[in-house]
Design a protein around this ligand. Structure first.
Ligand code: NAI
Ligand code: CS2
Length: 479
């Protein structure tokens, strides 16, 4: 049978030494491309994939002979490449059977909620793992699954292993380490000292905009490819991966594929969260208030596009610049990336789980400005939180049926209804959400800004709201 995905290497000969948990759209368009680069450079490592929750795509991957394609596109360029490094995919029903013995490097993208922690902390949410703790050898959560895999490794005298979280969770590696330690203490006490000497949890920053696939994106991909591909993905051309130099054992030669291995990932993470992700979340809230549905639509609306400069100036003033970067240029590039006409990123997707995202993207920079006595400069952040409150946990689907979801949606919808004509009440309610630092509500100036913007936006039609944002951009918001 002809294999319709041409590759310069033979996937069947790859030794599988890496694994990934959470083989969603992002992993297929990001880490897999780095592994594929390594295979093309002659430093191969096959990757075993595990999906503990849907999507169930192992059958499709097998039917495509373990291959799929990634289409990268922007206004001027388009590249379609085959990937053959995702070797075996185990869905939830088969995850217990996955062979872990030869694996020494594991990455994870299991979404913010997959860590079973209390947002904004490193604390295990015991309710989320109660069923696993009751039967630790039949785990369902990612944390229970990893702990049981490590325990079996310990019992069999297995090799050290690196677990690298790649989710957009602040201090992702530290969170994973902390929840796993707490879980192990309760489920497998002998595992704790073994983990100390055998497991490392590097912090990592990954970046590539990979929206959920739509029928339209799938059709573009298949046209470029020339045949069907049930699990291929469309992404922007940009990609970056920065990882902390903290490994337990042998690992793929990531640097050869352009991965930056650094002693401290923190400055890179904060730059990305505040300038790129911060702008995405800002547009998700402000854009939906103005009637936009995608980040392309919001970022090319003239008033919202002009506002990005004021937002970035305020956010950048809270950052240390990582070595080799330029914050102003990074901000401009971030806006241009969102303006990519080929990438349709639904605002409802970005707005989903905002209660896990806005703390580090919007609230922390506002907190820094308040602590510095510069609350007035936090007006862009106040506008975003005002818009979040006014969007009020609304979960109505967009034109393409994409729904917003968030654990705090019900509470926010109730607050929105309760304080319908009361800007001060709604400002107080949003700032007292448990995921936001108390400092925000404690600053009269900042609370006043949120209240003012709730009042201004609340009394205006969607078109007029964009004009208000544009007005603000022109005043340059004290930048
Ligand atoms: P997706 O919806 O395509 O896939 C989600 C993946 O997470 C699936 O493999 C699913 O099995 C797994 N998952 C979901 N909930 C889980 C849980 N409770 N326990 C274990 N596994 C779970 O989403 P996508 O695009 O792959 O994004 C996943 C994560 O990757 C994001 O939440 C984010 O943290 C990170 N990321 C995504 C980027 C993007 O542009 N899509 C860019 C940078 C990071
Ligand atoms: C987005 C991110 O949905 C979201 O929260 O902000 O997934 C974003 O696209 C990536 O972090 C880009 O690397």
């Amino acid at each position: 049978m002809t294999v319709p995905f041409p590759l310069p290497y033979d996937p069947d000969t790859l030794k599988i030494t890496a694994a990934h948990i959470g083989v969603g759209a992002f992993h297929r368009a990001h880490q897999q491309v780095y592994y594929d680069d390594l295979a093309r450079l002659g430093a191969p490592s096959g990757v075993m994939g595990i999906n503990l929750t849907p999507p169930d795509i192992s059958g499709t991957l097998a039917a495509q002979n373990g291959r799929y394609a990634v289409l990268s596109e922007d206004a001027t360029d388009s590249e379609c490449r085959a990937i053959g490094t995702l070797r075996h995919l185990h869905d939830a029903s088969k995850a217990a059977l996955a062979p872990w013995d030869d694996i020494t490097f594991v990455t994870l993208t299991i979404t913010e909620k997959g860590y079973c922690h209390h947002s904004g902390t490193r604390d295990l949410d015991l309710q989320r793992v109660a069923a696993d703790l009751a039967a630790p050898e039949r785990p369902v959560t990612a944390i229970g699954y990893l702990a049981w895999m490590l325990e079996r490794r310990r019992r069999s005298g297995g090799a050290p292993i690196t677990l690298a979280s790649c989710d957009n969770v602040p201090q992702n590696g530290r969170v994973l380490e902390s929840v796993l330690e707490d879980y192990a203490r309760r489920a497998f006490p002998e595992l704790l000292p073994w983990m100390d000497s055998h497991v490392r949890f590097p912090v990592s920053m990954v970046d590539r905009i990979v929206p959920a696939m739509t029928p339209e994106a799938r059709s573009r991909l298949e046209t470029a490819l020339g045949h069907a591909d049930g699990i291929g993905v469309v992404a922007e051309p940009f990609r970056q991966w920065v990882i902390e130099d903290s490994f337990a054992a042998d690992r793929p030669q990531l640097e050869r594929a352009g991965v930056q291995v650094v002693p401290d990932v923190g400055p890179y993470v904060r730059m990305k969260y505040r300038l790129l992700n911060g702008l995405q979340s800002a547009y998700a809230e402000l854009g939906r208030l103005c009637g936009c549905t995608s980040s392309h639509e919001a970022s090319t609306q003239p008033d919202l596009a002009a506002w990005a400069a004021a937002f970035h100036a305020s956010q950048a003033s809270t950052l240390d610049c990582p070595a080799g970067e330029d914050l102003a240029a990074y901000g401009r590039t971030s806006l241009q990336r969102l303006q990519n006409p080929r990438i349709h990123h639904p605002l409802n997707q970005i707005a989903s789980d905002a209660s896990f995202k806005l703390p580090q993207r919007i609230a922390e920079p506002a907190e820094t400005l308040i602590a510095r006595g510069d609350a007035a400069r936090a007006e862009p952040q106040a506008m975003v939180l005002a818009a979040w409150a006014l969007n009020g946990g609304g979960t109505a689907p967009d034109a393409e049926g994409f729904r917003m979801s968030d654990p705090l949606a019900d509470r926010m919808a109730a607050d929105r209804a309760r304080f319908d004509a009361d800007a001060a009440g709604l400002a107080g309610a949003v700032l007292s959400l448990p995921v936001l630092p108390r400092t925000l509500a404690g600053s009269d100036r900042f609370r006043g800004l949120v209240e003012r913007w709730i009042g201004r936006f609340g009394g205006a039609e969607p078109g007029a709201r964009a004009a208000l944002i544009g007005e603000c951009a022109r005043e340059n918001m004290h930048a």
